[in-house]
Ligand binder design. Structure first.
Ligand code: ZN
Length: 79
């Protein structure tokens, strides 16, 4: 799910746990996704909650960004 260079700048804010599932407007529940990743995540929001939480946690700890794909596979490759 690596964003293409044109879409990189068009980030959209996503609720990791959706508001309708009790998610809040808190920074730890929000993540910026490119349009492509955002569409993929919305096909099965619940499936991606843990991966996105892990992404935010890794980013907070290390300051490095990872691909969502690499987190799902357990490889924390920086992007
Ligand atoms: Zn969203």
């Amino acid at each position: 799910m690596k964003p293409s260079s044109e879409l990189k700048e068009q980030l959209q804010v996503h609720h990791i746990r959706p508001v309708e599932m009790g998610g809040r407007d808190r920074f730890k529940n929000l993540i910026c996704l490119c349009q492509i990743c955002h569409k993929i995540v919305h096909k099965d929001v619940e499936k991606h909650i843990d991966t996105l939480r892990k992404y935010v946690s890794l980013y907070t700890q290390t300051g490095h960004r990872y691909t969502i794909d690499s987190i799902e596979k357990g490889y924390y490759l920086e992007v």
